[in-house]
Ligand binder design. Structure first.
Ligand SMILES: Nc1ncnc2c1ncn2[C@@H]1O[C@H](COP(=O)(O)OP(=O)(O)OP(=O)(O)O)[C@@H](O)[C@H]1O
Length: 285
């Protein structure tokens, strides 16, 4: 499903949570939606999933507006960092509601995931720990098989092995059932290899939308003797640089080939570093 965002703005008083944002997601990809606290990620996801009205501009999904649009809302599953379920419900009842709401719901997968995460169907939501509640969110998000599945920091309280399980299951399932997955997270380095495209927001505006492949092609981590690194960096936009005893290491926008020809060690730039560079406060900003 194609998502078109056109001059989208959301204001709270004089605070521009989203400021005339325009971009297109062609769909059937795993997208990383990144940005510092308050950049506008949650606001965007709430409007996309039809739960909030924009102040101006619009989002269309295959040409339709998602706000209170029954046909579209059953195609979009939004899992937030908390409060996805009524506390009084039993897990079994949560699954029933999702099964009713999402036409592609996979009950077998949901039951398998509950076992993987050691969740009992008879347990009430209010008795779950933070990590267990997140695991239930992930279970319902994945088993919904919604054509657009949105995860907004979905793993609060989950330990590292559980998060790793989630990433592995998501990737396996995505290979078999391609769909649009939008993933917002601050644990960027943990998940960045999953992203096929990255969108970075800064103060309600898009500062980068690029496929991971293009990002890898146009950014390099170089290291070597300081003079060689200096020469390579002369006309480059530097993301970060460290000098130590005659050697230098730098992340920069530049070509891998040119760096290799300059006799430098070359690797990829972590997406997290790129995000920090693109969203850091500039002097006077
Ligand atoms: N209900 C609200 N009332 C007033 N301001 C709000 C409201 N919701 C969000 N905002 C403001 O809108 C801006 C964007 O918030 P949003 O929650 O979309 O950011 P975010 O990128 O999801 O941040 P985080 O990474 O911290 O979750 C922030 O400045 C925030 O203070």
């Amino acid at each position: 499903m194609e998502i078109k965002v056109n001059q989208l703005s959301k204001t709270y008083g004089d605070n521009h949570a989203l400021d005339q944002v325009s971009f297109t997601l062609e769909g059937n990809k795993i997208y990383g939606l990144l940005g510092r606290n308050g950049a506008g990620k949650t606001t965007f996801m709430d409007i996309l999933s039809g739960q909030m009205l924009a102040s101006s501009g619009d989002i269309t999904i295959d040409g339709e507006n998602p706000f209170e649009n029954q046909r579209l809302t059953e195609s979009i599953c939004l899992i937030k960092e908390a409060n996805n379920f009524s506390p009084e419900l039993k897990i079994k009842q949560v699954l029933k509601i999702f099964a009713y709401f999402y036409p592609n719901w996979d009950q077998e997968m949901a039951e398998e995931l509950l076992e993987t995460f050691n969740l009992k169907q008879s347990a009430k939501v209010k008795t779950l720990s933070k990590g267990m509640e997140s695991a239930l969110g992930i279970t319902t998000g994945l088993a919904s098989r919604a054509p657009i599945t949105v995860f907004d920091e979905p793993y609060i309280g989950m330990d590292a092995p559980s998060r790793k399980m989630f990433y592995d299951i998501l990737l396996d399932d995505y290979q078999e059932n391609p769909r649009t997955i939008i993933f917002s997270t601050h644990l960027i380095d943990e998940v960045s290899l999953m992203f096929e495209e990255v969108i970075i927001l800064k103060k309600g505006a898009v500062v980068l939308q690029e496929s991971s492949e293009e990002l890898r092609a146009k950014t390099v981590a170089v290291s070597g003797p300081k003079d060689k690194v200096d020469a390579y960096l002369v006309d480059k936009d530097i993301i970060q640089r460290t000098d130590l005893a005659g050697s230098s290491m730098a992340y920069a926008f530049g070509s891998r080939k040119e760096a290799e020809e300059a006799g430098l060690e070359v690797e990829g730039v972590p997406v997290q570093e790129l995000m920090i560079h693109l969203t850091e406060k500039k002097k006077g900003a």
